[in-house]
Design a protein around this ligand. Structure first.
Ligand SMILES: C[S@@+](CC[C@H](N)C(=O)[O-])C[C@H]1O[C@@H](n2cnc3c(N)ncnc32)[C@H](O)[C@@H]1O
Length: 233
């Protein structure tokens, strides 16, 4: 049973890595066009929150093409910033943005000692992981006591926006994305993964169940995206 679960996990991880490898060169463009540029504002808001913590060492997990890492670098110029991702083609895009300290690493098995960072950020990444609870446990391990977690991800808005958003997510987005990236299945997967990811107070309860303290939730654009924070005990 455990071996079967591990196999499922590694199949999903390989699939996710392959999706992002395929779309890496067009990922930023697709993001900005499909969100009408709002994703830039969401990352700015995330960086503002992290800045308020005055961290000295930040791990940006699932850093991908490095857009959040770049925003964090500007907001916290004195902090050591490390970006980690398990998809090398995505990191190549991040490298082209002159981001230092980019590491190929799986969030479920981070190559860092315990208590290495006082802030860990994950933007639009946790949802894609084979075990997001496993990733959160690993994040706790590398956080210092009292260290901060920030998760930025998509959510589901409340009615009446919900119906319209679902239609966009399942019908319009995959078609637009396949025009932009030539890859439809990655965006069909995106819609399904958003639907099955815990949202709002549900995510806060999950964070508490894993051992994080003081979880907070901020809805962005009526809940289309969500910003969560929590602290390691
Ligand atoms: C949607 S992108 C997000 C990139 C970036 N954080 C942003 O805000 O645009 C998701 C990233 O998560 C990475 N990822 C998914 N599962 C991962 C894992 N287990 N370990 C490390 N990176 C992972 C993918 O390779 C991909 O680059």
């Amino acid at each position: 049973m455990i071996a079967g679960m591990a196999l499922d996990g590694s199949i999903q991880a390989n699939r996710v890595r392959a999706y992002f490898a395929q779309i890496a060169s067009r990922y930023d463009l697709a993001n900005h066009l499909l969100s009408c540029g709002v994703d830039v504002l969401w990352r700015l808001r995330a960086a503002e929150v992290v800045q308020s913590w005055q961290p000295s060492a930040i791990l940006d997990l699932a850093t991908g093409s490095g857009d959040l890492a770049r925003t964090l670098k500007r907001a916290c110029p004195k902090a050591l910033l490390i970006g980690a991702d398990f998809c090398e083609p995505m990191l190549q895009v991040a490298r082209s943005k002159r981001l230092p300290n980019l590491v190929v690493a799986d969030a479920l098995q981070l190559p860092f000692p315990n208590a290495s960072f006082d802030a860990v950020t994950v933007a639009f990444g946790l949802r894609n992981m084979a075990s997001w609870t496993g990733a959160l446990v690993e994040i706790q391990r590398v956080l210092t006591p009292g260290g901060h977690l920030l998760v930025l991800d998509f959510g589901m808005p409340e009615p009446p926006l919900l119906g319209l958003y679902r239609f966009y997510l399942h019908h319009i987005l995959p078609s637009l994305a396949s025009l932009l990236t030539g890859e439809r299945s990655a965006y069909t997967y995106l819609a399904d993964s958003i639907e099955s990811f815990p949202n709002g107070t549900h995510m806060c309860s999950r964070l508490e169940a894993i051992g994080f303290q003081h979880p907070t939730y901020e809805a962005l654009l009526g809940g289309v995206a969500a910003l969560y924070t929590a602290r390691k005990a």
